[in-house]
Design a protein around this ligand. Structure first.
Ligand code: NAD
Ligand code: ZN
Length: 352
């Protein structure tokens, strides 16, 4: 291993479920034979990281845990079996840190469905540290010309919404409602929707998010905090008032998941992406049948989706707002996120 890799590094560690993260020094891990060690420069902060802190999903995290799964950095060490990643390459630590690559899901490019995944920042340590481990087969390949702080949120938020939009089946020229449009995934979704030739309708709360969504290119903004009739407002934003062809549900509360079937266009598709704790889907059977509504889930994306999402970014098509703060300030970011006060994404700089 190269001499410049330190024995110890700064990290944010969750020591107790539901507690605060602790900024402290921990040892730098060594990569296994099929792994790389990444000097993480920047990491986006996803709402999933907050779910991990709160422990509000029916899936246990490791404890103690280093969270984070939007880590962009530079490869500094390689395992013996790694052939197609080089020292100095720019790569990303993403949510799906590893999968078996031999089950029928992995074999058919559905690797997020692998029954034995490594989930970065959840079941294995992630990118809220200066040096993180990733499986060589799974780290995202980042072209050298891409700005590492700006691309960090693409590694989960960008990839996930790009995949969700593909899963929706919406075609260029059609309308898509983006629910939670002012958040990290939502701001990316407006940009990807535009780049894919779709008309985005943004739904979120408050004037700051309205301003951001409109600047990013949303046709219409529906404020869920002040709208007297969200269903009518969303339908009114579409041609002939039939409703959007697709709905991308990114919110962290249950109510919009129940509401979407009331405004989606007949034969339209509702794609569930957000993961509110203890939430259920509910839609009237009569309307679902007679209006031929499709309801489905979408979960991150595979390695090819990752390469495509990064390619959109590399071509200059994706410019979503982010704020950079030090890794030492991660708890403050979680506090703002808990209060729904973040427009766009926060990115932490691991050197501060
Ligand atoms: P975020 O906190 O940045 O954004 C969530 C947004 O939802 C906020 O702007 C909030 O104001 C808005 N919102 C809350 N209630 C709303 C309502 N009733 N109507 C409209 N908007 C509402 O979170 P994020 O990082 O964008 O993540 C969103 C969700 O997606 C989280 O649950 C996260 O775990 C999940 N996620 C899923 C996948 C996947 O693969 N399916 C991947 C990444 C994240
Ligand atoms: Zn995420």
């Amino acid at each position: 291993m190269a001499a410049q890799i330190p024995q110890e590094q700064w990290a944010q560690v969750l020591e107790q479920r539901g507690g605060n993260v602790v900024y402290k020094k921990i040892p730098v891990a060594k990569p296994g034979p099929d792994e790389v060690l990444v000097n993480v420069k920047y990491s986006g902060v996803c709402h999933t990281d907050l779910h991990a802190v709160k422990g509000d999903w029916p899936l246990a995290t490791k404890i103690p845990l280093v969270g984070g799964h939007e880590g962009a950095g530079v490869v500094v060490a390689l395992g013996d079996l790694v052939k197609d990643v080089k020292i100095g390459d720019h790569v990303g630590i993403k949510w799906l840190g590893g999968s078996c690559l031999s089950c029928s899901f992995c074999r058919t490019a559905n690797e997020p469905l692998c029954p034995t995944p490594d989930l970065s920042g959840y079941t294995v340590d992630g990118s809220f540290q200066q040096y993180a481990i990733g499986k060589a087969a799974h780290v995202a390949r980042i072209p050298k010309e891409c700005n590492l702080e700006a691309i960090a949120p693409v590694l989960c938020a960008g990839l996930t919404v790009y995949k969700g939009l593909k899963e929706s089946g919406a075609k260029p020229g059609e309308f898509v409602a983006i629910v939670g449009a002012g958040g990290g995934l939502g701001s990316m979704a407006i940009q990807y929707a535009r780049a894919m030739g779709l008309h985005p309708i943004a739904i979120d709360g408050g004037a700051e998010k309205e301003k951001m969504c409109k600047e990013l290119g949303a046709n219409t903004y529906v404020d869920f905090l002040s709208s007297k009739n969200i269903v009518e407002d969303v339908k009114a934003a579409t041609p002939e008032g039939y409703g959007p062809h697709a709905v991308l549900l990114l919110a962290v509360t249950e109510k919009p998941f129940q509401q979407a079937s009331e405004y989606v266009r007949p034969h339209g598709t509702i794609v569930c992406v957000g993961l509110p704790a203890n939430a259920y889907l509910k839609a009237p059977v009569f309307d679902t049948v007679t209006r031929m509504i499709n309801i489905k889930g979408s979960y991150v994306g595979n390695r090819q989706d990752t390469a495509e999402a990064i390619d959109f970014f590399a071509r200059g098509l994706i410019k979503a707002p982010y704020k950079v703060v030090g890794l030492s300030q991660l708890q403050e970011v979680f506090d703002l996120m808990s209060a729904n006060k973040i427009a766009g994404r926060y990115v932490v700089d691991t050197s501060k």
